[in-house]
Design a protein. Structure first.
Length: 312
């Protein structure tokens, strides 16, 4: 089959975005497509697939995410901004409810972060430290404390966004330490119901710096739900005030974020880029994942340059 797609990114977290409305493929077929197209040495290279689908129950459209390893997470907030932009352009709207795997999200066009940087605001929640929701097989929530059974003695908070996250605040991010712990979580230990996203977070004068080992992907330039989870945990532990806008930095760029406390439904709002880099077409066999020729049909160099200027 021939797929038409857009290569896009949110904060450097990059994706293959497809309008999958009317496409009937199984999860296993999408998984094979994701593993093939997302392979960094392959024809495209990405952190995952974003599938824009038909919405239901009042949602204008839906998003399905397929990670680079073929797994299907609850959501991806960096990807959601890109899917939202595609939905806006297809439907001629600037705000929507988006149906996710286990929840929904509110999305809206926002003021550009910088000239030429298309910006989308997303709101999800509630964030939860309930151990079952957060995917840890423990009786009580873990909030800024060592996690029994975790091979790392740092203080963590286990939080659902709604996908599972382990958040630790550190003075300096040790990438080797983060990678080792992420690899352990990827092995599917009994402690974790379905692996986990692991983030080390450092305080910055204007907010936070977040580095994430993403479930099903590995180290990423950015993980939107991790930035949301880190903002919520920072408020929960008193490191920042609830209700305040902060800047969340990551290796791929930055976003604006705000976490609400219980009075605000434990919601998290993120405003960040939805950059479309280029459009393409490729032949692929869903049964095998084998790809044919790639054709780049449009380059969006102005958007790429605008994002590069913002990053400095």
């Amino acid at each position: 089959m021939r797929l038409t797609f857009t290569k896009c990114h949110g904060s450097g977290n990059d994706f293959v975005l497809l309008d999958a409305r009317g496409t009937t493929l199984s999860d296993s077929e999408w998984g094979r497509i994701a593993r093939s197209l997302c392979e960094r040495d392959g024809p495209v290279g990405a952190d995952g697939l974003l599938l824009l689908g038909e919405g239901s129950d009042g949602a204008q459209f839906a998003q399905k995410v397929v990670n680079a390893d073929g797994s299907i997470p609850e959501t991806c907030l960096n990807g959601l901004r890109c899917t939202a932009r595609a939905g806006f352009e297809l439907l001629g709207i600037e705000a929507a409810t988006v149906q996710l795997k286990t929840s929904d999200a509110q999305v809206a066009r926002d003021a550009d972060l910088a000239p030429g940087v298309y910006t989308v605001r997303t709101t999800v929640g509630p964030a939860s430290t309930n151990p079952q929701a957060a995917g840890v097989n423990l009786a009580a929530p873990v909030i800024d404390a060592p996690v029994p059974g975790l091979p790392n003695g740092r203080n963590f908070t286990a939080v659902a966004m709604p996908n599972p996250h382990l958040i630790a605040f550190v003075d300096t991010v040790d990438v080797a330490e983060l990678t080792a712990l992420g690899d352990w979580c990827e092995a599917g230990p009994d402690l974790l119901a379905d692996r986990a996203n692991v983030s080390f977070v450092a305080l910055r004068p204007d907010g936070l710096f977040v580095q994430t080992y993403e479930r099903g992907v590995g180290l990423t330039n950015a993980c939107g739900t991790a930035m949301g989870a880190a903002t919520h945990v920072a408020g929960l532990t008193g490191r920042i005030p609830f209700g305040a806008w902060i800047t969340v930095h990551n290796p791929g760029g930055r976003v604006k974020a705000r976490a609400e406390g219980p009075a605000g439904g434990d919601a998290v709002t993120i405003a960040g880029n939805a950059t479309f880099e280029w459009d393409g077409e490729i032949e692929i066999d869903p049964a095998t994942g084998q790809t044919g020729a790639l054709t780049v049909t449009r380059r969006r160099d102005d958007e790429t340059a605008a994002w590069a200027a913002l990053r400095g």
